[in-house]
Ligand binder design. Structure first.
Ligand code: NAP
Length: 307
């Protein structure tokens, strides 16, 4: 299938373009970006122009930051195209519901991707937890924002999510691997005095079986980067590290990696399957947790952040 990639920035270059080029399902047929392009691929700066000029391209993948994403997604759906969304699938939940309704009404596929769910050992972790009784789960997601988001001002603006931008990846894994739903009961949002979004967050959740579920996200981490989920159960302790790439049960390496190498090849394989099935996959649970953290969160002002 021919696909157009919109927003040729960091994640498009690092992950989407290689995944599409290596996939037997996809041909990168056009790009839409005001500044970026891909050698040898039909390049547009305006989405409407691409949709008009290339009726042969039936699928559009959006790699923009969350705030502009809704307008682009709605325009593509209105032009009868299937749409794949980078995470988070919008800037607000209401936007995502509107996109779902439009896709449903017009019989189009719509995919809210959560790339971290496709990390090598997430499926194995989910399988192990299926029949275990959880007593405690803690997420530690600590990275250096200067290393991973150099010069990205949008992450500090309203709708940019701040440290929830990586933190929502952890929440996408937790909501996938836990057999029971959780919801936020408390949050502390640490916001630099010169910014709009948090640089660090502490979260507490309700778990229906009474397990203690908590998360710490921090963008001020220097040295070793930590993307870890520890789940204690009555049958032992599961530890997912490296963002879901490594699994240990009671300290011993465990599990077999999911098929297909890499998170983005798996996402594009799923998009191909979704279109074949005529399906919609808009799991908004990770985003609901973030929205509720903003609703309930206690805001603390912390030292200013300068890039
Ligand atoms: P980015 O490089 O800052 O932005 C991607 C592209 O979007 C830009 O190059 C720009 O292209 C376009 N864009 C930016 N602001 C826009 C606006 N207001 N209107 C229209 N187009 C705009 O961001 P990114 O790191 O690739 O992240 C994009 C999305 O991918 C985010 O939702 C992020 O959470 C997700 N993601 C990022 C990473 C990562 O490691 N960076 C990993 C996984 C997921 P033009 O100026 O050429 O139009």
């Amino acid at each position: 299938m021919k696909i157009a990639l919109v927003g040729i920035g960091k994640i498009a270059v690092d992950q989407h373009i290689p995944a599409i080029n290596d996939s037997p399902d996809w041909e990168l047929a056009a790009t839409v970006s005001r500044h970026g392009s891909v050698d040898g691929v039909d390049a547009f700066t305006d989405l409407g122009d691409m949709l008009d000029a290339r009726p042969d391209i039936r699928v559009v993948s959006l790699c923009l930051p969350p705030v502009p994403r809704f307008a682009y997604a709605m325009q593509a759906l209105a032009a009868g195209r299937h749409v794949m969304l980078e995470k988070p699938p919008g800037a607000t939940l209401a936007e995502c519901h509107a996109l779902t309704a439009k896709a449903q009404a017009d019989g189009l596929s719509l995919y809210a991707t959560w790339h971290s769910r496709q990390a090598d050992m997430v499926a194995a972790a989910k399988e192990w937890l299926t029949d275990k009784r959880l007593t405690r789960l803690h997420v530690t997601w600590k990275e250096d924002v200067r290393r991973w988001h150099p010069g990205q001002d949008w992450i500090w603006e309203p709708g940019g999510l701040g440290v929830f931008d990586p933190g929502i990846n952890a929440l996408s894994i937790v909501t996938d691997i836990l057999p029971h739903p959780i919801h936020v009961t408390g949050a502390t949002l640490k916001v630099p005095e010169n910014r709009q979004t948090p640089i660090a967050v502490n979260l507490e959740f309700h778990h229906p079986q009474g397990a203690q579920v908590t998360a710490d996200f921090d963008w001020r981490q220097e040295g070793d980067q930590i993307w870890m989920i520890e789940a204690e159960t009555e049958a032992g302790t599961l530890t997912l590290t490296d963002g879901g790439a490594t699994l240990k049960i009671n300290g011993e390496r465990s599990g077999t990696a999911a098929p297909l190498g890499g998170e983005y090849p798996r996402l594009y394989a799923q998009m191909a399957q979704l279109i074949a099935d005529g399906g919609i996959d808009m799991d908004l649970r990770p985003m609901t947790l973030v929205a509720d953290a903003y609703t309930l969160g206690r805001r603390e002002t912390v030292a200013p952040f300068h890039d």
